[in-house]
Design a protein around this ligand. Structure first.
Ligand code: NAD
Length: 311
């Protein structure tokens, strides 16, 4: 029986080493294209993927011996999970592996924005020493609304504990999840009424597409800061830019964009990105929240444990 595995994702070297030690035969090809993938998976029992490949019906059908798919990170929208499951293929993700990296990234961006660290540091590089223009705003005493309280949302709350902030959480699909330092909101309205900062931690699905839109902005009672480390399409970019221009949004910290990467962006999205990125009240990073050195190891280990324990 085949024991072949295609690793089509950046991984920690322990993953193929450990899989091979468990009887698998791994080929690492991080740069495989969607076009070339069918030929490579035809006798594979396992595939490790990230965002490079779409594990759609066509690619799944090209791998008749497939028993499992491992996703480095979260975001299972790259896999047709219902179809894979219907064929008896187990799908594993590893959101536990990068949740801390995302939480640190969200907090880092927020502190950097509020305290004008990135802006003023760039000015110093240009020989400017501007103090009054860079007076910061503290997190202390503010209310942070976390939307989606899974791996990354709860990890951010844990980081915020100790900052003397009020933490509100709203999760549409859970009840009774909040630790003592988090106020669980039954209604999104509680976040609309109270929050100074809103941070999104939801998967991209039908009910989260353009979650942040014109109506969301007008429902918010106070001017606020938006943090998004989830998926770019959760935000209606045009509505966000309008809110920034009207000052209802006082700042944005974005690790994701509605279309990614830059090379695949439509000209309209590209110009919205350039316009937003040029604003001093915007910090945009290229989807690196979960991309820490440690996360690579933790995600590899998380997948390995799941794959090996299925035997
Ligand atoms: P998760 O599945 O652990 O948690 C998501 C939570 O959102 C769940 O508790 C779910 O009940 C809740 N939810 C779903 N729909 C909702 C809705 N309409 N309203 C409110 N809550 C809702 O996911 P996670 O690991 O925390 O990841 C969250 C998002 O962050 C995903 O989109 C993921 O792809 C993304 N992510 C990005 C990076 C990065 O590098 N920037 C890294 C990891 C994850």
């Amino acid at each position: 029986m085949s024991r072949k595995v295609l690793i089509a994702a950046p991984i920690h070297p322990i993953l193929p080493r450990w899989l091979d030690a468990n009887g698998y035969d791994c080929t690492v090809n991080e740069t495989v294209t969607q076009q070339d993938a069918p030929a490579l998976v035809k006798d594979c029992v396992g595939i490790i993927t990230s965002t490079r490949l779409q594990l759609d019906k066509e690619l799944i059908d090209a791998a008749p011996m497939l028993k499992w798919i491992g996703r480095m990170g979260s975001g299972m929208e790259v896999i047709d999970v219902p179809y894979a499951t219907s064929k008896g293929i187990n799908c594993y993700s590893s959101p536990d592996g990068n949740k801390n990296a995302v939480a640190e990234h969200a907090l880092g961006m927020l502190l950097s924005l509020n305290k004008k660290i990135l802006k003023s540091a760039n000015e110093v590089k240009e020989g400017k020493w501007l103090r009054d223009e860079n007076r910061g705003v503290e997190l202390d005493g503010k209310t942070i609304g976390i939307i989606g309280f899974g791996n990354t949302g709860s990890a951010l709350a844990k980081k915020l504990y100790g900052f003397d902030v009020r933490i509100l959480a709203y999760d549409k699909y859970k009840r009774g999840y909040a630790p003592p330092y988090v106020e669980e909101c039954k209604l999104l309205a509680d976040i609309f009424n109270e929050a100074d900062v809103v941070s999104f931690h939801v998967p991209l699905q039908e009910d989260t597409y353009h979650y942040f839109n014109e109506a969301f902005v007008s429902n918010m009672k106070k001017p606020f800061v938006l943090v998004n480390t989830s998926r770019g399409k959760v935000i209606d970019t045009n509505a966000m830019l309008e809110a920034l221009e009207s000052r209802k949004l006082t700042g944005v910290c974005l690790d994701v964009w509605e279309e990614e990467p830059i090379e695949k962006m439509s000209p309209d999205m590209r110009s919205l990105l350039e316009k937003t990125a040029s604003m001093p009240q915007a910090i945009i990073t290229p989807h690196i929240g979960g991309y820490s050195m440690e996360a690579l190891y933790k995600m590899s280990k998380s997948l390995l444990d799941k794959i090996v324990s299925r035997k």
